[in-house]
Design a protein around this ligand. Structure first.
Ligand code: SAM
Length: 202
């Protein structure tokens, strides 16, 4: 982790914007990150794995959530890959939200990437896909509250893909999600990360 208390809202550290290359087999662009946000110097390895390994977005994925968007790599790549989709990019960190909005404009998707704080998403919005590198370090209880808030907003056939470091509790998180009524599959286990696929049971 490169950015200290990344879960602080509107961190007070001075601004120092820097370009970040996001280079994937199908998408490449230069975005901007800054101090005071998660992974301010590079595309995080877990987020990159998620973007490489999660099932491709399809035409059915009309509404996508990047939960904990940081400077917006997951939201921007999702918008580039799914031109039909509206992407909600949610974060408590104001600087992260500003960066994501600027990055959305950089890739020409400002009209489809809706950047919001958690209270800024209309309550009737439902998500066909949730993609997230969730803020594990906020602690188990806060993480459970976060997921309890957003996962019920999946559409009936919707799926969430979460990337979690194994040593930060990916397996116990999967167990907890099962007790909450979700089907959970580990679709990738690599380089210390796991990608969990989460669906409503039944
Ligand atoms: C592991 S970082 C991932 C950032 C970004 N998606 C990336 O791939 O670089 C998790 C993000 O969750 C945000 N976060 C923490 N608590 C949150 C909450 N309650 N609701 C929404 N976002 C939150 C943090 O500010 C942070 O940007």
């Amino acid at each position: 982790m490169s950015s200290g208390q990344y879960f602080d809202d509107d961190p007070a550290v001075g601004s120092d914007p820097r370009p970040i290359e996001v280079a994937l087999p199908d998408v490449a662009f230069t975005l901007t990150a800054d101090r005071g946000v998660f992974s301010a110097d590079h595309l995080d390895a877990g987020s990159k794995l998620l973007l490489m390994e999660a099932p491709a977005l399809s035409a059915a994925d009309k509404t996508v959530l990047d939960l904990g968007c940081g400077w917006g790599p997951i939201a921007c790549v999702s918008a580039a890959r799914a031109p039909q989709a509206v992407v909600w990019a949610v974060d408590i960190n104001e600087r992260a939200r500003r960066l994501t909005a600027a990055n959305a404009a950089t890739i020409g998707a400002a009209n489809r990437i809706h950047v919001a704080d958690p209270d800024g998403v209309p309550t009737d919005v439902r998500f066909d896909r949730i993609l997230s590198n969730p803020p594990i370090r906020i602690g188990k209880q806060a993480l459970h509250e976060l997921l309890t808030r957003w996962l019920p907003r999946l559409t009936p056939s919707g799926q969430a893909h979460l990337v979690v470091q194994k040593h930060l509790g990916s397996d116990s998180l999967a167990d907890w999600l099962r007790t909450e009524g979700y089907d959970v599959d580990r679709i990738t286990s690599r380089a210390g990360f796991r990608i969990l696929e989460v669906r409503r049971r039944g």
